[in-house]
Design a protein around this ligand. Structure first.
Ligand code: ASP
Length: 310
């Protein structure tokens, strides 16, 4: 019997507060989320695999300068961009990822290329770029990723750090963000994809949770998860896989398993969010920050596009 189809995506939990978000920017962000949802849903509706749906949705968000992935990525402490991405297919547990790449227009497509080659899982830096170029993926000058807003965020965060010795006073919107998508296809297969610029002012060479299967991205036969928030915590908890483990061994369902992980991260004082879908097509989009850019579509529940709690 054909499976229900479902798609959920996020544009990160590093949102401005409601008061800081102008009506124009909110409209642009909602339109971007909507475009990504439409692109992913079209794949699922046409009966194509979940992995195509999550890749299509993430490419739209990478190309959108409003989100911290691809164009619009944050700057490192050295004023450069280093991008991380991972894609996973639940059935057969396939994964591909790239880390610290600087010239690949859509890192998620390079992650998919790594997965399709099938021999390696995570390729970093110039080696990943040479592979992407050889595969015919679009390459760009690193300045393609830069936006004025992210440049200002770097300057402000660095000023703050000089004055106070820490980045703690910076807003979530100045610091971070990520994009991700999870999907269930007609054949009952799950997939997850996540892509990020990481953190404003991160040390060059720093790799977060996003490209690490089990930390920021996970898919198996039961659930697919894409995380956002300060990746060091997700790495320490193997957070995305931990959600799958709790579903498999504690017998909890998707909603409580995801909410429990967000509670655990909250206790560690980590602002975090995630999107997840299970094999029955249920979706969860919890977070503990002011907001999370997010959208979902299911056959039973219809469409949602949201930023804050309402
Ligand atoms: N998880 C991302 C990282 O640590 C950042 C984020 O999602 O806000 O690289």
């Amino acid at each position: 019997m054909a499976s229900p189809i479902a798609l959920a995506l996020h544009g990160g939990c590093g949102t401005p507060s409601r008061a800081e978000l102008s009506a124009e920017r909110e409209a642009r962000i909602r339109a971007g989320l909507d475009r990504a949802l439409t692109a992913g849903w079209a794949e699922l509706r046409a009966g194509r695999p979940a992995v195509e749906a999550v890749a299509a949705a993430v490419v739209v968000l990478e190309d959108d300068p409003e989100f911290n992935a691809g164009r619009g990525a944050v700057f490192t402490a050295a004023g450069t961009h280093e991008l991380d991405a991972c894609i996973m297919v639940g059935t057969g547990q396939h994964a591909g990822a790239v880390a610290g790449v600087t010239r690949i227009r859509n890192p998620i497509l390079a992650a998919r290329e790594v997965m399709e080659r099938g021999e390696q899982v995570l390729v970093a830096g110039p080696g990943a770029e040479r592979m992407a170029e050889a595969a015919g993926l679009a390459m760009v000058d690193p300045s393609y990723f830069s936006t004025e807003e992210r440049r200002q965020a770097l300057a402000e965060v660095q000023r703050l750090q000089k004055r106070t010795g820490s980045m703690d006073g910076a807003s979530a919107a100045q610091r971070h963000g990520t994009v991700g998508a999870v999907a269930l296809d007609r054949a009952g297969h799950l997939a997850a994809a996540t892509s990020t610029g990481g953190f404003t002012n991160k040390t060059p060479g720093r790799v977060g949770d996003t490209p690490i299967p089990g930390a920021g991205t996970w898919a198996d036969e039961m659930v697919a998860v894409s995380m956002t928030g300060q990746g060091e915590f997700m790495l320490r908890l193997a957070a995305a896989k931990e959600i799958a483990v709790r579903i498999a061994y504690r017998g909890v369902s998707l909603g409580p398993a995801c909410a429990g992980m967000i509670r655990d991260l909250d206790q560690m004082k980590c602002g975090a969010g995630l999107v997840a879908v299970d094999r029955w097509g249920r979706v969860a989009l919890p977070y503990n920050t002011d907001g999370m850019f997010r959208a979902s579509m299911t056959e039973a529940g219809g469409k949602t596009v949201a930023i804050f709690r309402d």
